[in-house]
Ligand binder design. Structure first.
Ligand code: AMP
Length: 281
């Protein structure tokens, strides 16, 4: 039997659970144990490797794993040029930002961070010369201790910055959790990777869409079709009352919320909105 595809994911932490939930929603069944560093998938030739986020890009680049899931922030900091993002997974959104107790001239400033490479690249791009102070965590504390004038760290809501009396000044990069690879797999592994990516894309497409069914007067069908650009054309089925039909279609979740009132005004009633598990195109 051929070797399974090896996928490196965060062992524990902010995006670990969501990564596993996402993979399970792609029909991948596996069991994890608190101290287990590997898990074999029962429904697909896949082995999960549980690693620290920061090690994932290098292990994929070295061929120790075929694919990886981590934040783009980690890829920017630790990934080489030949790693390529295959798909953004729609969670773990954050930004890497420079923050300080107040307005600050960056030239000559001391900036504490766990992201020295990403910060250096940003500063060079801006033509700024600043001192980078490397800390592996709790960087928000550095200005208060007098060892830095500013910090460069990940922000999602900004509440940690506020709690520490810091204001966000410059966005260095935006990040989301991504599936990525090195782009150099054997034909057998590439075939498995393509099959996995199809599952991932089908799940992402499903998350962005809803299946909707409604009843409407037959005379309203043309107007409702205009309102709902579906996958192809909607299914229009007869109802027992000859003046009425049932209309079913798949729409983008945003389109649905934006058109809900217009649908009712067009005469639609009993509108059912259902989640989709997978949308394979
Ligand atoms: P952890 O190793 O648990 O700190 O997870 C960190 C990863 O979660 C980062 O690499 C980011 O991609 C993602 N993330 C999302 N929001 C935040 C945030 N506010 N702070 C830190 N990491 C975040």
């Amino acid at each position: 039997m051929s070797l399974p595809l090896q996928l490196a994911v965060q062992k524990s932490g902010r995006i670990g659970d969501e990564s596993l939930d996402f993979l399970r929603a792609c029909g991948l069944a596996f069991k994890t144990s608190p101290r287990g560093l590997r898990a074999v998938c029962n429904t697909f030739p896949l082995e999960l490797l549980f690693l620290r986020s920061k090690d994932i890009p290098e292990i994929v680049a070295d061929g120790g794993a075929d694919l990886g899931i981590c934040g783009e922030d980690v890829l920017a900091e630790r990934g080489g040029n030949h790693l390529r993002v295959i798909e953004s997974l729609g969670f773990g959104q954050c930004r890497l930002s420079i923050a300080a107790p107040g307005p600050l001239e960056l030239n000559g400033a001391r900036i504490a961070t766990s992201f020295p490479n990403a910060l250096r690249q940003y500063l060079d791009g801006q033509g700024v010369s600043a001192d980078i102070i490397m800390l592996s965590g709790s960087v928000e504390i550095a200005p208060g201790l007098g060892i830095a004038d500013a910090i460069c760290d990940l922000v999602s809501t900004g509440s940690t910055l506020t709690e520490n009396g810091l204001v966000e000044l410059h966005e260095v990069l935006r990040s989301e959790t991504v599936l990525f690879g090195s782009g150099s797999l054997s034909p057998e592994k590439q075939d498995l990777a393509d099959r996995l990516v199809l599952r991932v894309r089908s799940r992402l497409a499903a998350q962005r869409t809803r299946y909707i069914v409604m009843n409407a007067p037959r005379a309203s069908v043309a107007r409702i079709r205009e309102l709902l650009p579906g996958l192809k054309t909607p299914t229009v089925s007869e109802l027992a009352d000859p003046g009425w039909v049932s209309i079913a279609t798949v729409v983008g979740v945003d389109v649905f919320w934006e058109t809900m009132h217009a649908l009712r005004e067009a005469g639609a009633t009993g509108i059912l909105v259902m989640p989709i598990e997978q949308l394979i195109q």
